[in-house]
Design a binder for this molecule. Structure first.
Ligand SMILES: [Zn+2]
Length: 113
């Protein structure tokens, strides 16, 4: 399950940030997961519970925000919504769409105390 290794990297970032802030515990972790990122939010939630045990983030709440796919259509010369990596432009139906967003996973917000 690649979500487990992803979650371990997320936890490293979270613990780093929490230590920098001098926090004793992490309250909330908000993750932004792109809809084109091949990351399953349900699997991430499951892995989160598994990796936080015994860490600064133990007992923290996980919030997941889905980031819609976004691309740049060369023919329309504008940003359009795409539902797959090599999707077509919803406006002109063309294939000259470069993915510009919605394909990554990042820690969007962190609440510590
Ligand atoms: Zn277009």
């Amino acid at each position: 399950m690649h979500e487990m290794s992803l979650m371990e990297s997320v936890l490293e970032i979270v613990e780093d940030e929490a230590r920098k802030a001098g926090a004793r515990s992490v309250k909330t972790v908000k993750l932004a997961i792109g809809e084109l990122s091949h990351v399953e939010p349900e699997a991430m939630a499951f892995c989160f519970e598994a990796v936080i045990r015994g860490t600064l983030a133990e007992g923290a709440r996980l919030e997941i925000e889905r980031v819609p796919g976004q691309g740049w259509c060369l023919d329309c010369a504008e940003t359009v919504a795409i539902s797959e990596r090599f999707g077509t432009c919803p406006k002109c139906g063309g294939h000259k769409v470069q993915m510009t967003g919605g394909d990554d996973l990042r820690v969007a917000e962190l609440e510590v105390e």
